[in-house]
Design a binder for this molecule. Structure first.
Ligand code: SF4
Ligand code: SF4
Length: 245
C-alpha cells in the first residue's frame, strides 16, 4: 500500500481525465463523423461510399446517422470529405421516453455484460473499463457476474439464434428497476451481420433497449459515457448529439 501511494505521488494520476474534462488525450477515442455543410457533389460522393448507410446527402450538407456508422473511416479527411469530432460522447437515449436509473443508483450501479454474438472487438473494449486507465469504479460503476445483482444489462454483438434465449433470460432475471444498453452497431441494429439464418439483428428485437452506444467498436470512454448516462451521472442531452438527425 505504501509503495502504491509513493508511486502515485511520484508518477502522478494514471487514469484518464473524467468525462467532464474538455481535453481528451490524442488516441483515446477515434472520434466520429457528424452532420455538416458540404458541397452537394461531395455530399453525394460521401453518401455513396458509406457502407453503413449512415450518410445522407441533403443539398449542400450531409446528415450523419451515427447509429449506422461502422467506423470504416472512408469518409474521414483527408481521404474523405468529412470533419470528425474527437470526443467520447457516443451514448444516446433510445427515445424520449427513456430515462436514467432512479437517483439512489447514482453512485452504485452493477453492470452485467453479455456477448450476444460479438466479433470480439466490442468485448475487448468492455473489459478495459475496469482497467486502471479508465477505472470506472471511481464513479461507482461495477461489473457483476450475475444478472440477479445487475441494474444495467450491457449487450454487445448481433443477437445470434443461440443467444436469443440467454439474452431474454438474463433480462428477466434482473431485478427492477433496470436499464438495457445496446453497445456497438451490431447490438443496435445487427450491424454488418444484419439478419440471417444465424443472426436475428439487434438486441432491441429481444429485450427493450433504453440506451445505445454507437461505434464499431465504441472505445472505453464512449462506453463509460453511456453507462454514466444510464446511472444518471451525466444529464440527458450531454450525449444526445451522438444521434445526428
Ligand atoms: S466512417 Fe461511418 S459514416 Fe463514414 S463512411 Fe464509414 S460507415 Fe459511413
Ligand atoms: S459493433 Fe463492430 S466491433 Fe462490435 S461486435 Fe459488431 S462488428 Fe464487432
Amino acid at each position: 500500500m505504501a509503495n502504491w501511494v509513493a508511486h502515485s505521488l511520484i508518477d502522478g494520476i494514471r487514469s484518464e481525465s473524467g468525462l467532464d474534462a474538455e481535453h481528451l488525450p490524442a488516441g483515446a477515442t477515434p472520434g466520429r463523423p457528424v452532420s455538416q455543410p458540404l458541397a452537394a457533389q461531395a455530399a453525394a460522393r460521401m453518401a455513396a461510399i458509406c457502407p453503413g448507410g449512415a450518410i445522407a446527402a441533403r443539398g449542400d450538407a450531409v446528415g450523419v446517422d451515427f447509429v449506422h456508422c461502422v467506423h470504416c473511416q472512408r469518409c474521414r479527411r483527408p481521404d474523405g470529405d468529412l470533419a470528425w469530432r474527437e470526443d467520447a460522447q457516443w451514448g444516446a437515449w433510445r427515445d424520449a421516453a427513456s430515462n436514467p436509473l432512479p437517483h439512489r443508483f447514482r453512485h452504485s450501479v452493477n453492470v452485467r455484460y453479455l456477448d450476444a454474438g460479438a466479433c470480439g472487438a466490442c468485448m475487448g473494449e468492455v473489459r478495459l473499463i475496469d482497467a486502471p486507465p479508465y477505472n470506472l469504479h471511481r464513479y461507482g460503476i461495477f461489473v457483476t457476474a450475475t444478472p440477479r445483482d445487475a441494474d444495467v444489462l450491457l449487450v454487445a454483438g448481433p443477437v445470434t439464434e443461440a443467444m436469443r434465449l440467454p439474452l431474454r433470460k438474463t433480462y428477466e432475471a434482473m431485478p427492477e428497476p433496470k436499464r438495457v444498453v445496446a453497445m456497438g452497431v451490431c447490438a443496435i441494429n445487427g450491424g454488418v451481420f444484419g439478419r440471417s439464418f444465424a443472426s436475428i439483428g439487434g438486441a432491441g428485437d429481444v429485450v427493450p433497449v433504453d440506451l445505445v452506444i454507437a461505434g464499431c467498436p465504441p472505445p472505453p470512454l464512449a462506453i463509460a459515457h453511456g453507462l454514466l448516462l444510464a446511472a444518471g451521472q451525466l444529464q440527458p442531452g450531454r450525449g444526445s448529439d451522438a444521434l445526428e438527425p
